[in-house]
Structure formats: structure tokens, C-alpha cells
Design a protein around this ligand. Sequence first.
Ligand code: SF4
Ligand code: F3S
Ligand code: FES
Length: 248
Amino acid sequence: MGYDLKMRVWRGDQEGGDLADYTVEVSEGEVVLDALHRLQATQTGDLAIRWNCKAGKCGSCSAEINGRPKLMCMTRLSDFEPTETITVTPMRAFPVIRDLVTDVSYNYEKAKELPYAELPPRDADGKRRMAQIDVERSQEFRKCIECFLCQDTCHVVRDHEENKPAFAGPRFFLRYAELDMHPLDTHDRRALAQGAAGLGMCNITKCCTEVCPEGIKITDNAIIPMKERVVDRKYDPLVWLGNKIGLR
Ligand code: SF4
Ligand code: F3S
Ligand code: FES
């Protein structure tokens, strides 16, 4: 059954903008992205939206729906009352390009700062071996679709552009943890995570975990273990002695 949905959509660019009111016909079972597509097709041909898969897998359609960071393609209209106005705004933590599309290049810059995995030589038979439990641990982290909703919601950068140079953000703490827990990787990223990536600025508010559409336990399974690893290194008596005598 169709009905008329009231929407407020942010329209504008780097120079500024405002919320615009629309009424669009929608059908039962549709998602917010469907409503915006119909708006584009019938009333606002120039509305800028980034999307790709419409299946919650490409991570492109991130925005804020009634102020909550969400994927537009995975947010059902049935989650709202039919009489309710749905407000869609661009992710607040990133600069707007136009309408609902933001410039997320901050994230790509942070990705570049992360040392890649460096593996030791292969075993004599040409293989590399690791325990199944280590393979399984990283599976959860590999579910990340790089929607950057966790980055958008984290209060350290959400309204603090000035913190961005010193803070990689939850998506990348996840990646630091994933690589650091890799049993074959030879890099030690703990000092980098704590220092240049700003792990110490995270005060474990868990907002990132709450908005992750993949349900990754970013805080409990990546950030807290990574913080523990950093502390272990700091208080490891051998590291302490090494620092004292200038070996590390
Ligand atoms: Fe998105 Fe979750 Fe990946 Fe963050 S960790 S970028 S919220 S999928
Ligand atoms: Fe930010 Fe998540 Fe830490 S929201 S403060 S990175 S627990
Ligand atoms: Fe791909 Fe929404 S369009 S995640």
C-alpha cells in the first residue's frame, strides 16, 4: 500500500545549505534510499546521493537519518510512523561536496598511514601456517564495508576537525588490531597506534560500535584489546629495560 511520506533533505554545498521539505509517494517495504530515488526521479533531478549496491555491502550510502548515522539502503520506512517526517542530512564529520554526498578522503589518508602486513619467509615446504583460531579472530574485522559511519559518530572528530590529524578513528583502530593480532605479521604497530594514530584519545564511549551496520564489536574486540596490547608493551619489563639501555 502506498502513502505520502514527508521528508526533509539537506540541500547545499561547501558554501552552505539548508533543509528542504518534500512529500514523496512511497510503498510499503521500501527503504529511505528508495524514497530519495523517487524524489530524484520525480521532483529533484539534481539531488546528489552516493550509493551503489542497495544491499548494505558497498558502504556508499552513509548519511544521517533523523540525526542517526545510518545506511540509507538499509533503513526501512517501516521503522518510522507513516505520519512522521524523515530528515536526511549528510554525515556531519566530513566536508560536504553536495547535498548528501560528503568528502570522505580523511579516511583514505588514515588508511595510507597504516603499515601493511609483512610476513616472514615461508616454511621449507613453501607454505605459511597459522592456527585456525587466529584465522577466525580476524573474520569479524574483515566484515567492515568502509561505510565510515563509526568515524562519523565518534565524538573525538565529529565536531572537532582539529583532532583529525592526530586521530585515525575506530575503523582504523579495527585495522590496527586486525593486523596486530595476525600471528605471522612481523610489524609492531602498538607504538604507532598509541602515538600517531591517537588510540589514547579514544575513551571507549562505544558509540562507534552502536552504529556499525555490520555489527562489528569495534570497541570490545578491537579497541580494548589493542589498548591492552599497548599497555602490555609499555609495562613489559624487557621493553622497559631495553628502553633504559637504548636497545628498543
Ligand atoms: Fe562501517 Fe562498521 Fe566498518 Fe566502521 S567498522 S566503517 S561502521 S562497517
Ligand atoms: Fe570513538 Fe569508538 Fe572510542 S566512538 S571514543 S573510537 S569507542
Ligand atoms: Fe551500498 Fe547502501 S548502497 S551500502
